[in-house]
Design a binder for this molecule. Structure first.
Ligand code: APR
Length: 313
């Protein structure tokens, strides 16, 4: 059986880590594409990973390129092309530059790779994935955004750190847009099957919720010249793996909503099933009035960004 093929558009920080992770997991052959000026960088990173195979023992062809013809036939496309945040910038501050990049990338992906499952990572996430789908016209099950997996991983990590327990026993979900209005749902969080509220006082839970909302900014401020890349890469690869192996994992992702949660015509973070059919199903959680209000508040932020995207493409 031929190996699967993954195309990573954007060979920067996230693109590089994703390539290593995908190779180590033997998900398939990998093509990393960036702008012509950075073709050498892509080739260098891919050769470097290829040369680690002797130690890692994984089989994968690694290609660095700036030629979209090389992504033809890819099963999965993950887009990180665009600028990352710098200290003082919000994700929405990236919109002007990144919407142009996403439009161009979307048109080229459509031309060269019309059957792939597409995961968008570029920020501001919820509006960029909307723009990508608008340009490609791909069916909604084949275009989603990576944010909820990351936000949830952050939430779970903070719970595990606070309680000094294994991350393996923490389960949670974070809904909404990828930004300060995101909606962590501590009510649904469990540690070893026990509801979080039985294990931690409310002020500690509130602090974790608030740290989760600002987790991306915390990293931006520490790094000084870019945004998080290890955890976003791991999150996108988890989604790609669920698709490629038809695992049907239940993961929060930016999915196109047509009536679910009372929302129509927008991408927003919700739990979905990802399998061979792409985004196979949106799972509707019954929310409390407060949670619903928080989700609607998050949608308002996304709507503003989407209006900007609609004005440009
Ligand atoms: N086509 C292909 N690649 C592009 C294009 C384009 N039109 N424009 C920019 N790029 C490339 C850049 O050359 C760069 O190598 O995208 C890459 C982005 O890499 P980094 O700057 O290292 O950013 P990274 O940390 O990987 O984040 C990428 O993901 O999480 C989001 O906010 C983050 O929007 C940012 C994106």
């Amino acid at each position: 059986m031929a190996r699967k093929k993954l195309a990573f558009i954007g060979g920067g920080q996230i693109g590089g880590i994703m390539s290593l992770m995908a190779a180590q997991k033997q998900l398939g052959d990998i093509v990393m594409l960036d702008i012509p000026d950075r073709e050498g960088m892509c080739k260098g990173k891919m050769l470097d990973i290829a040369e680690s195979r002797g130690v890692g023992g994984y089989d994968a062809d690694m290609t660095g390129t700036s030629d979209y013809k090389d992504i033809a036939g890819a099963d999965v496309v993950i887009v990180t092309a665009g600028l990352p945040r710098k200290p003082g910038m919000s994700r929405d501050d990236l919109l002007d530059v990144n919407v142009k990049i996403i439009s161009e990338v979307a048109a080229r992906v459509k031309e060269n790779c019309p059957d792939a499952f597409n995961i968008i990572v570029t920020n501001p996430l919820d509006s960029m994935v909307y723009g990508f789908r608008k340009v490609t016209g791909f069916p909604k099950n084949r275009v989603c955004g990576m944010a909820g997996v990351l936000d949830t991983s952050r939430f779970c990590s903070f719970v595990a750190m606070e309680m000094n327990v294994s991350i393996e026993d923490v389960a949670a979900t974070v809904l909404g847009g990828h930004g300060p209005t995101m909606v962590p749902l501590p009510r649904l969080c469990t540690v070893g099957g026990i509801p979080l509220a039985e294990l931690m006082p409310q002020d500690k839970i509130d602090a974790i919720v608030s740290r989760t909302r600002g987790a991306g900014t915390e990293i931006v401020n520490l790094l000084g010249n870019g945004s998080a890349f290890f955890s976003p890469a791991a999150s996108a690869i988890m989604m790609a793996e669920s698709y490629l192996k038809d695992k049907k994992r239940v993961l929060p992702a930016a999915a196109y909503l047509e009536g679910e949660y009372g929302i129509n015509g927008f991408y927003l973070g919700v739990p979905v099933i990802i399998g061979a059919g792409g985004v196979e199903k949106v799972i509707e959680v019954k929310l409390t009035d407060d949670e619903k209000a928080a989700l609607m508040n998050s949608l308002e932020t996304v709507k503003t960004a989407v209006a900007d995207v609609d004005a440009r493409i």
